[in-house]
Design a protein around this ligand. Structure first.
Ligand code: TEU
Ligand code: CA
Length: 554
């Protein structure tokens, strides 16, 4: 495997709206991010991915872009963005922006022009179909609910949107669209960006000609998966994009790729892949139901382990996955992967290390390093996220009471991860001096960065040690490039694996509150990390405390 500059990095995702508000309007902003770069550098972060901060009506919180060449005034100015790139560079850090090009906003000028002249140049930037009375062009269900077709204002046509109706899909079959995308990517890379996280990319290829699929719910619509399974040839678009943009700059790219087929992994992230890496979503999609969030099956520790190992085995040496515990679309990992009554300092640290030591690139989502938890929303009126609002309706339609529906969707709500970052134990968690745009999790008095910076036993201090271990000259080679080999795979509530490179490391997590023992295959030389002050051994038997995590050098 050819070595790349980003292989040994640690990445951090910022959701700008909720990170840090520098001017008291209740909305996080770029100057706020700049003021926290030292905090991130201290943690050991090299790569920062910013969720979108381009000009946007914020219907989907920035994933609906109305101008790819400007910063939304709520987040700051282009000078702020340039300053952020420069300040990051001074600290040896790279900035990634979010590339959202499956769709734009219905307030983008391309869409406005398409409405004015649907048969002209910009009509072909989108998927338009003639409107027929009593029948939609296809029966596909949008990710955010309802049909994917909406009337094109002022015309006798309809346009396709696989996400929200304010997110019209761009027609990638049209070479002019692709040119616009490449031009934009290069324009940003010329500004000194390190690269991009690539949004919802699997959706850019539609199975054509479009047609209906078997309905899978009472609404007579079908999940987008049905169409995507039939859509072939995305590689032509992605290969072209790589060659025309990222490759020329040796830029980093991480794809939000769902549902890739095993034989496609090398195409996506192999030596000459479309992307540098892609996220592993095997754990986050586990238990999902065709019916909706209300019907999803919770994940157990044994499932979690299986999902991680499956992904590792699928990718092997072919490339690098990007490993996550959570992101802005998911609930908080500690609330999801640890039983609520067991959510403690120890279990949070265990989860952190089990994920972090997997082969691949670790991505930390803002607040994850503090062990931030799901938010205790008490009413649907406190929810902003369009996806949660839709899933709530789906649950009601399925017959759940409002109370049950709320409970069901709160387990998966994207707003869990979008509550403001908890900086201090002061008002609004120190996020803003104004009124925060989304409710602050009241547990900030207990969980916040300022307190954790002072505390050597905090979750943040543990993350810092994990990152330091990944960088340590003696262990770096093994942690970055070493093979991953599961151990004791069918032991209940135990997740353990070797990392084998020029050293042999053994990572063991006792994924339950009661003790359990393991017999080490050989004596250990050194304890590299332990989330308890002690290790209890008798000969080669180690008796692990509840949720104890050990990283041993053998
Ligand atoms: O998410 C893509 C995606 O597939 C979503 O359907 C995801 O499964 C959903 O968030 C679950 O509720 C990306 C972004 O990460 C997300 O924030 C955007 O809303 C979406 O694309 C549209 O741009
Ligand atoms: Ca602000």
């Amino acid at each position: 495997m050819n070595r790349k500059w980003w292989h040994d990095k640690v990445a951090y995702q910022i959701y700008p709206k909720s990170f840090y508000d520098s001017n008291g309007d209740g909305i996080g902003d770029i100057p706020g991010i700049i003021s926290k770069l030292d905090y991130l550098q201290d943690l050991g972060i090299d790569i920062i991915w910013l969720s979108p901060c381009y000009r946007s009506p914020l219907a989907d919180e920035g994933y609906d872009i109305s101008d790819y060449y400007n910063i939304d005034p709520r987040f700051g100015t282009m000078e702020d963005m340039e300053c952020l790139i420069a300040e990051a560079k001074k600290r040896g850090m790279y900035i990634l922006m979010d590339l959202v090009v499956n769709h734009c906003s219905d307030e983008h000028e391309w869409f406005r022009k398409a409405c004015q002249d649907p048969d002209g140049k910009y009509g072909n930037f989108f998927y338009l179909r003639d409107k027929t009375q009593g029948r939609l062009p296809t029966n596909w269900r949008s990710y955010f609910g309802g049909p994917v077709w909406e009337d094109l204002p002022g015309t006798d046509k309809q346009y396709l949107h696989v996400f929200h109706k304010k997110q019209p899909d761009l027609n990638w079959e049209n070479p002019q669209v692709r040119e616009e995308v490449y031009k934009n990517i290069n324009w940003w890379l010329d500004k000194g960006l390190g690269g991009f996280r690539i949004d919802a990319i699997i959706n850019i290829k539609k199975a054509l000609p479009m047609h209906d699929y078997a309905p899978d719910r009472e609404d007579g619509l079908c999940s987008m998966d049905a169409m995507l399974r039939e859509a072939h040839g995305i590689g032509e678009f992605l290969g072209e994009m790589r060659d025309r943009t990222f490759r020329k700059y040796d830029a980093f790219s991480v794809g939000e790729v769902f549902n890739e087929k095993p034989e496609e992994i090398a195409d996506f992230i192999g030596e000459n892949g479309y992307f540098s890496t892609m996220f592993d979503f095997n754990e986050t999609v586990f238990g999902a139901s065709e019916k909706g969030w209300y019907d999803a099956k919770p994940i157990t520790p044994d499932d979690y382990k299986k999902c991680c190992f499956q992904s590792q085995a699928r990718v092997g040496n072919t490339g690098f996955l990007s490993n996550i515990i959570e992101n802005h679309d998911e609930p908080r990992g500690v609330s999801r992967y640890i039983p609520q009554e067991d959510c403690s300092l120890e279990s949070k640290k265990m989860l952190a290390a089990l994920n972090f030591m997997l082969r691949g690139l670790p991505f930390i989502y803002q607040g994850q390093e503090l062990g931030m938890e799901n938010a205790p929303f008490s009413s649907i009126d406190e929810i902003d996220d369009i996806s949660t609002l839709h899933e709530y309706q789906t649950a009601l339609q399925a017959g759940l009471t409002p109370k049950e529906a709320l409970r069901a969707v709160l387990r998966y709500s994207r707003d869990n991860a979008r509550t403001p970052m908890q900086w201090t134990n002061q008002k609004n968690a120190g996020f803003t001096t104004g009124t925060p745009w989304l409710k602050v999790n009241p547990n900030y008095t207990r969980i916040n960065a300022a307190d954790q910076l002072e505390d050597p036993d905090s979750v943040r201090s543990f993350y810092k040690r994990l990152i330091a271990l990944r960088r340590h000259p003696d262990y770096k080679e093994t942690i970055v490039y070493g093979a991953l080999e599961p151990v004791w795979e069918d032991r209940h509530n135990l997740m353990a694996y070797y990392r084998k490179g020029d050293k042999t490391l053994l990572v063991i997590g006792n994924y339950q509150r009661t003790e359990q023992s393991v017999i080490l295959p050989q004596a250990y030389k050194k304890v590299l990390l332990n989330n308890y002050p002690d290790i209890s051994c008798e000969g080669s038997t180690v008796c692990l405390h509840g949720y104890q995590l050990l990283i041993l050098e053998l």
